[in-house]
Design a protein around this ligand. Structure first.
Ligand SMILES: NC(=O)c1ccc[n+]([C@@H]2O[C@H](COP(=O)([O-])OP(=O)(O)OC[C@H]3O[C@@H](n4cnc5c(N)ncnc54)[C@H](O)[C@@H]3O)[C@@H](O)[C@H]2O)c1
Length: 267
């Protein structure tokens, strides 16, 4: 297990870094004297948001695989190392009617799922070079329970959680701890379209800082492969997956998958 923690001199990359969770996380990390590099879509607004926090900014579209590699290389070149990759960039569908707009569905999956996969693949060798570290994926409660208003978002976030769980053993062997954060609704720009409904209904939403605290905890002491639910009034709790029934042999015993079919990290 890696002993990587957010300590003075550590370097973290945050994708979607100038959004609500990204800014709250950067603020928390800076309090610990961690260099937080904010990677986000290139715009004057995003560059300014990073400058306001005193954080370096790198332009990144997470759906561009090569750009993910280039950003990690830039972080290492500028700051000497990478200790934590927060794969946090995300979008949701712009509308929630009953039609399924496939183009929008694919766009959401591209950003929220493949953006995470590309980010993890890009960060892995740099984290190895740092002697271990953390990958923290911002998934969502929508990845654990179906979101009828946005199936693409549920698919992407559920896929991201499955990715985290299935990558954990091989990364743990390299001293890299990968975890997922699954917040309920939180007060950031992503809920702008629906915020009034929550207010009118008296439905509690998380603050960005509550989520940022969970993200720091995940780097500090997250269990490899864990998915942490963050909910108003509940706090941060690991989600307990029930598991699936194992195959039974003819003798009625639990069947074990042949060793040759398991990855080296699980033999
Ligand atoms: N706010 C919530 O209710 C909530 C709940 C659960 C999960 N999440 C997830 O949290 C993460 C952060 O969202 P937020 O709440 O801070 O919202 P936000 O809209 O404030 O931030 C999202 C950030 O991602 C960036 N982004 C979007 N597409 C990108 C791309 N292709 N490449 C790089 N960056 C891109 C945006 O520019 C923005 O800065 C997202 O993955 C979101 O799905 C949010």
């Amino acid at each position: 297990m890696t002993d990587s923690t957010p300590r003075p001199g550590s370097v973290a990359l945050i994708t979607g870094g100038t959004g609500g969770f990204g800014r709250a996380l950067a603020t928390r990390l800076r309090e610990r004297e961690v260099t937080a590099v904010l990677a986000d879509l290139d715009s004057e607004r995003n560059r300014q948001a990073a400058a306001d926090l005193g954080c370096p900014f790198l332009a990144l579209d997470v759906t561009d695989r090569a750009a993910n590699e280039a950003v990690v290389a830039r972080v290492e070149a500028d700051h000497g190392r990478l200790d934590a990759a927060y794969l946090n960039a995300g979008i949701s569908a712009a509308k929630s009617d009953d039609a399924l707009d496939l183009e929008e569905f694919m766009r959401v999956v591209d950003v929220d799922l493949f953006g995470v996969v590309y980010g993890a693949v890009a960060a892995r060798p740099a984290l190895q070079r740092a002697g271990g570290g953390a990958i923290v994926v911002t998934a969502s409660l929508a990845g654990l329970s179906p979101m009828a208003t946005d199936p693409g978002y549920s698919v992407a976030k559920g896929g991201a959680i499955a990715f985290v769980r299935s990558m954990a053993p091989r990364l743990e062997r390299e001293g890299i701890r990968i975890t997922a954060i699954c917040p309920g609704f939180a007060d950031t720009a992503i809920i702008d379209r629906i915020r009034e409904e929550f207010t009118a209904a008296g439905f509690p939403v998380l603050s960005a800082d509550e989520v940022a605290q969970a993200m720091v905890m995940a780097w500090e002491q997250g269990e490899p492969g864990a998915a942490y639910v963050v909910q108003p009034g509940v706090g941060t709790v690991p989600y307990r997956f029930k598991g699936v029934p194992s195959a039974r042999t003819a003798a009625g015993e639990t069947a074990v998958v042949p060793e040759a079919l398991r990855p080296p990290s699980m033999r």
